[in-house]
Unconditional design. Structure first.
Length: 153
């Protein structure tokens, strides 16, 4: 009889905690930062890559998504896992990469020693007549996901 009670209680606890964990996962997917397209190459859309693919495939974007607005420069350097190209020039850290004809640039901007903005630019066929380039910005869930007209390349 005791074994049956322990078994029932154990199964109940497993279901209770499993449902609680699943609910937390759903909530956290809405709470995490997202990439927002600021400037696309085609009618304000990006024809060659999506935010979903960038978030999953690009290590540097995953680093940008892990950075929070409360982070200082040292925390950003640790979270990005890559050495920046330029150390804190104009209150920003910058990472660039050129592979064949693909170009990427990530920038974290600071104000009052905390992160104020995170951007990511990707270009294909870089410096070629048929170059296509898109600019993305990391937005917190509380920020609106509309293009910022004041941002230029």
């Amino acid at each position: 009889m005791k074994k049956a009670i322990y078994l029932i209680v154990s199964i109940s606890l497993i279901f209770f905690f499993d449902n609680k964990v699943q609910a937390q996962r759903v909530e956290s997917s809405f709470d995490r930062p997202k990439l927002a397209l600021v400037k696309g190459d085609n009618n304000n859309s990006c024809s060659f890559i999506s935010a979903d693919l960038l978030e999953r495939a690009a290590d540097i974007v995953q680093g940008l998504l892990s950075v929070t607005p409360e982070d200082n420069e040292q925390q950003v350097r640790y979270k990005m896992r890559f050495a920046p190209d330029q150390p804190s020039a104009n209150n920003a850290l910058q990472w660039t990469a050129l592979a064949q004809r693909n170009y990427t640039k990530a920038v974290v901007y600071f104000g009052n020693n905390v992160v104020t903005r995170r951007t990511f630019t990707m270009a294909i066929n870089y410096n070629q007549p048929n170059q296509k380039q898109c600019l993305w910005e990391v937005r917190q869930p509380s920020q609106r996901l509309e293009a910022d007209p004041s941002v230029s390349q």
